[in-house]
Structure formats: structure tokens, C-alpha cells
Design a protein around this ligand. Structure first.
Ligand SMILES: NC(=O)c1ccc[n+]([C@@H]2O[C@H](COP(=O)([O-])OP(=O)(O)OC[C@H]3O[C@@H](n4cnc5c(N)ncnc54)[C@H](OP(=O)(O)O)[C@@H]3O)[C@@H](O)[C@H]2O)c1
Length: 217
């Protein structure tokens, strides 16, 4: 299968959580990690999130000039089967192009910078990642950064559509039985299905650690 190079980037607590127990954003990253995240965003053709992250965090998904000189905003991609992204979401503002992958006719009105792409669904009723990734090549998206959240990261890893994984581990504990972790979904029950990673590099950045993994295929 032909697809873009896929990099996952995420920040988690020392206990593997990526948000508060109610799914709201918490400060896990430090300044060094934020800078590294913006540089990574700037060097990719597109940045992808699930509609869950759009609804909970309302991220802009652009690159801040404060962190990157002469930023170029990559294309923003939202996986949104039922077109739940609100027209006033920051990720569809006029600052960059946005592609929304949906499986239904969208009754919402977005700006001219937003394109709705009809896409098939998988056995779980979610946007079919293989079809979506193949479609990205038509937009000259050859390098894709996936930022979350838990369900998106889980599905990319489970289906093996990942090349590199960058995890910033902040020196904080969040706890909570139902708090989102880096990869949620249904989880793996058999040894032979475990997603195996190779550690490429580990760096202490500020008060945290940035681990670069590669997926073993
Ligand atoms: N710390 C970090 O680095 C970081 C970064 C990003 C987000 N987060 C956190 O992550 C949490 C959100 O995670 P989440 O799991 O609720 O939402 P999510 O992963 O952002 O989005 C999941 C939703 O995307 C849609 N979707 C469509 N196709 C999909 C596919 N193939 N695979 C997976 N999802 C697909 C589904 O909704 P439909 O069925 O409606 O399409 C699904 O429920 C928030 O708490 C946020 O703060 C943390």
C-alpha cells in the first residue's frame, strides 16, 4: 500500500495519561517540548487529529511564529465520520487549509479553505485509514504528523500505519481509571498482537524526556 510517511507526536504524564479524567487539556509539555512540537508540525505536509480532540481541546493546529521562524502552516486534517466539527472551531479558521474526512453528507457551512472529503468506513464505523492515507497522496501529502487523541493514536498503531513515534514524558502524574492514555481503543489481549517498538533515541529536554520510537514491522 502506498501512503505518506507517518509520525505520531504526543505528550503524556509519567503514568501514561494525555489529558484530565474529564478529557480536558492539562499542561504536560514544557517549553522545550512545545518548541520541538511546533518544529515538527512545520516540517510536515499535514497534521491530523480526530474530531474528539477538536471537540475537547479546540486546537488551532497552526505553527506559532514565537517558536518557528518563517512558519509555514501544514494542511490540517480532521477525521470526523459524522461531520461534528463546529464551523467556529479554530481548526477550520482561515489561517490554513483543512481537510475533513467524513462518511456522511455535511450540513454545516465552512469557509472556502475547508474541503470535505467523502471516505469509506472500517468495520468499527470509523474513517477507513487505508483509504484516507491513499487519498492524501493526491494532495501531495507525503509526510503526515498525527497528534491524537487516544482513539486516533490507537488505531494508527494497531493498523501499523506508523513509522515514527515521538513521546514526551512530562514529570507529572495525572491518575484516574478512565483518564485518556496515549493509546486507548479496545487494547491488545494476545502476545502475538502486541505493537512492538524500537527505541531510536532518548533525550532529556528541560524537566522531561523525549523518546523517539520506531515501529517494528
Ligand atoms: N497530550 C497530547 O499530546 C494530546 C494530543 C491530542 C489530544 N489529546 C487528548 O486526547 C483526548 C481526545 O481523544 P479521543 O480518543 O476522545 O478523541 P480523538 O482520538 O481525537 O478522536 C476520536 C474520534 O475521531 C473519529 N474518528 C474517525 N475516524 C477514526 C479512526 N479511523 N480512528 C479513530 N478515530 C476516528 C471518531 O469520532 P466519529 O465516530 O464521530 O467520527 C472518534 O471517536 C482529549 O482528552 C485530548 O485532550 C492529548
Amino acid at each position: 500500500m502506498k501512503r505518506p510517511y507517518v509520525i505520531i507526536n504526543c505528550a503524556m504524564s509519567a503514568d501514561g495519561k494525555i489529558a484530565s479524567p474529564t478529557g480536558h487539556q492539562l499542561r504536560i509539555s514544557n517549553e522545550e517540548d512545545i518548541k520541538s512540537m511546533y518544529n515538527l508540525r512545520n516540517s510536515n505536509d499535514a497534521v491530523l487529529v480526530g474530531v474528539g480532540t477538536i471537540l475537547s481541546d479546540n486546537p488551532k493546529l497552526t505553527v506559532k511564529e514565537q517558536y518557528v521562524k518563517n512558519p509555514r502552516n501544514p494542511i490540517r486534517i480532521i477525521l470526523d465520520t459524522h461531520c461534528r466539527t463546529k464551523p467556529n472551531s479554530l481548526a477550520v479558521d482561515e489561517n490554513a487549509k483543512t481537510l475533513i474526512f467524513a462518511n456522511e453528507e455535511c450540513d454545516k457551512k465552512y469557509g472556502d479553505n475547508v474541503e470535505i472529503i467523502q471516505c469509506g468506513i472500517d468495520s468499527e464505523g470509523l474513517i477507513d485509514l487505508e483509504e484516507m492515507l491513499e487519498k492524501l497522496l493526491n494532495y501531495e501529502i507525503n509526510k503526515l504528523m498525527v497528534e491524537g487523541g487516544s482513539t486516533i493514536i490507537w488505531n494508527f498503531l494497531k493498523q501499523g500505519f506508523v513509522d515514527d513515534l515521538f513521546v514526551f514524558i512530562g514529570p507529572v502524574i495525572i491518575g484516574g481509571k478512565y483518564t485518556p492514555s496515549m493509546a486507548d481503543g479496545e487494547g491488545i489481549t494476545k502476545n502475538e498482537n502486541i505493537v512492538n517498538l524500537e527505541v531510536v533515541d532518548v533525550n532529556k529536554i528541560g524537566n522531561g524526556i523525549l523518546v523517539h520510537y520506531r515501529l517494528i514491522k
